[in-house]
Write a protein of this length. Structure first.
Length: 250
């Protein structure tokens, strides 16, 4: 069984970004693999360790630096990588439908049995791509996975939903998007980082697989409003008065 794992390169979650009207300023900013994608790679590696899958292929769509996320996935245990290259901004111009179209084309080209993805990219927070890949391939999907079991070609997935946990199952092939509690990714060891450098990495220009649709125009990007400082009040009466007169809560 072959698994395609989609990994996106995003701004590191520990970075305080500079927001400009035209988007986040990426100049000199530390980038990293999207945390939910790292969880997806870890899950693929665990499935391979249990001998449930034979091959893990990591794919990213984005500029040349995206190769760093692929090398990270290879160091964690992916066998091969595919870099679909474009210089367009992947947090703005390359949108979920574009990514989904490309992933669906790769699935058709290479015959994967499972696509593992992050539930969401932490830069654009779309939470759309996995669902679109499943739609385009007409495959079943399980989103927000916190547990995955595969037995005899059937995937059983525990999903994190508002009311608790929902268990679903479907016959593979299918798409699964990974949530935070699915696993704790391992650290890449130095020997594995070295080994990753010689694993196969195929590069394909995006134009060979599709085109960008620009179906969504981002009209403005704003930083969240600055939080005003708190104050300690003398007693409950003053608190109520402030809530009524200043915060106008009632
Ligand atoms: P999103 O729908 O943008 O929140 O992204 C959900 C998931 O789609 C991510 O966690 C990745 O697995 C995948 N994805 C999105 N954009 C890319 C990209 N440029 N390259 C590879 N995978 C991507």
């Amino acid at each position: 069984m072959k698994v395609l794992v989609a990994v996106k390169r995003v701004v590191d979650s520990g970075i305080k970004v500079r927001v400009k009207p035209e988007g986040i300023d990426l100049q000199g900013v530390k980038m990293t693999i999207n945390p939910f994608c790292e969880i997806a790679v870890e899950e693929a590696v665990r499935l391979k360790e249990k001998k449930l899958i034979a091959e893990i292929v990591a794919v990213t769509i984005g500029p040349k630096q995206g190769a760093e996320s692929l090398r990270h996935a290879l160091a964690l245990g992916a066998d091969k990588a595919i870099h679909v290259t474009t210089e367009a901004r992947i947090d703005q111009t390359v949108q979920p439908l574009d990514v989904a179209n490309i992933l669906a084309k790769l699935v058709e080209r290479d015959n994967y049995n499972l696509v593992l993805m992050g539930k969401q990219s932490i830069d654009d927070d779309f939470n759309q791509t996995g669902q679109m890949v499943a739609g385009l391939l007409d495959w079943p999907q399980a989103t927000f996975a916190s547990n995955i079991q595969i037995t005899d070609g059937i995937a059983q997935v525990v999903r994190e939903i508002d009311g608790g946990l929902q268990t679903v199952k479907f016959k593979l092939p299918g798409v699964i998007t990974c949530d935070l509690r699915l696993n704790q990714p391992r650290f890449a060891s130095v020997p594995n980082i070295m080994k990753a450098k010689s694993k196969p990495l195929e590069t394909i220009p995006l134009e060979k697989l599709g085109k960008l649709h620009n179906s969504i125009q981002i009209t403005k990007t704003e930083a969240p409003s600055i939080r005003k400082g708190g104050a300690i009040v003398e007693n409950v009466d003053v608190l109520l008065q402030k809530l009524r007169n200043e915060a106008k809560l009632f």
